[in-house]
Ligand binder design. Sequence first.
Ligand code: LM2
Ligand code: CA
Length: 546
Amino acid sequence: MTICRTLLVSSLVLALAACGGGGSGATLIGTVSSGYGASTDTGDLGTQAYTKLSGYTAAGDTLVHLFEWKWTDVAQECAWLGQHGYKGVQISPPNEHLIDAASGYPWWQRYQSVSYKLDKSRSGTLDEFKSMINACKAAGVEIYADVILNHTTGVNYASGVGSAGSTFSAYTTPNYVQTDYHPPCDMDYTKKNSMRLCYLSGLRDLDTSSTKVRQTLANYLISLNALGVTGFRVDAAKHISSVDLDAVFAQVNQAATNAGRAVPYAFLEVQDDGIITGPTYYAVGQSSGGAVDITAFVSTGVGYDFNKGPITADTSSGEGSFPTGWGSTAFASEKAVSFIANHDTERNSGAPYYGDGVTYRLAYVFLMGNGYGYTSVMSSYAFNKSSQTNFGPPSDGAGNTTSIFDSNGTNTGCKTSQWIQSNNLSYGNWVCQHRDPWMTAMVQFRHDVAGAPLGTSTYQNQGKGFIAESRGALGFFMINTLSTPATATFKSGLPAGTYCDLISGGLANGGGSCAGTSVVVDASGNVTATNLAAQTPVAITVKTKL
Ligand code: LM2
Ligand code: CA
């Protein structure tokens, strides 16, 4: 039970996901024989001051994680994404991955790399991949690839054939031999070295201190960057020393510079547990001109608060700050990629996910309204949280993912409005939370208020469950989290006037009227909402003034 128990106690999302993904919890690693690579932790860069920012938070950008989407569908969706202001797409790992038919082609096959070939993955072929990059680029949307640099396949797979037809036998793969790996050991989440050197969920752990491994990983990232992938989500970054990652990115950034390309962006998955911290990774790639952000799991706390029911804590009466534990986050907003759910947390029992319906939607509105980090919107397919957490994307019996766009080029797969209306989508449907009009309203809100201070210090709850934040002179939003209509008055920093609520449609008729609700800001900057419907947000900005 060592692995799962440790992980549960420390509530490490990755570990929970690994355990929840079918791990028996038994000790995975047997006797260690010789023939492996070095077992040394090369240490950390230290908590270095950052000198360069990615700039996405400052610009008020939002990205969408199109989890398990096919390349052909991402390509078509990019036009819509560009029109609605999404800055980038996080795609599923594009390289050759494990195929596990016996387990029913689980989604997590793709977190087990067989090779770095891009020829064929569950999302499609290399030609489709290239077309997608070009289509998204034309739409002004960046592509960020989820990259697995920490490990290859699990020790429970003695051999196999990958998605592009390559064979592997234990440690022997198209890229590696046994000496390229750390010796096997069970991970102890209370020890830093163990987290770096041992096997995460029994996955064969690469010796990232080795020159060959660093070069191999760098070559993979360079190949993606050369095709037009401009960013990376680095999976399990916490389990790789920041010194090792820095060495990889030094090569990637140098290659980009040599070829006349912009240095790529990266956001690193480091769930800060106090033993290995996010700021330890701030400087990865910095000496070679790069700027990285860190995925901020702390923002998921917002979702927990909304799921508990009306937000009744009132900072003015000392009932505690909201969101719980979030105001003092270890991550600076400008170094964070923030989210309410990612593909791991939405499968974690108890973690907020799309199936929570309106409270989940409100939590995203709050996070985006507040302005913390470069927001990532999770876009999922439906599944039953108690019995289908391993299920891969909607597909045919042979594991081929179903298309979201039909042969006429119409998006018929996204069931966003059904989700909003009934929240009872079953497996086989794509939820497409990113198409929720509340999300797209807040994508615009974030852009409109870019540069304003975070809303954290202007949090107001005079209405006891009816909350608001001011974004200074640029914007304001409020949310009635109660299950009944409510009335309240809040402070905004906006000039007096009548504004159109973005949530209910924003400006209409070329700016002459509001598509939905209009909101009056009085001469003192006060906003009074009278009988705002239950569980409803309102968001206005200087750009929505009549
Ligand atoms: C991550 N970030 O650090 C990913 O976000 C997370 O989704 C990955 O776990 C994890 N790290 C490794 O890349 C997922 C999934 C696990 C799954 C692994 C590998 O949550 O359940 O583990 O991918 O596919 C699976 C089995 C597990 C088995 C392991 C090794 O569920 O029982 O352990 O493969 O074969 C013996
Ligand atoms: Ca490692």
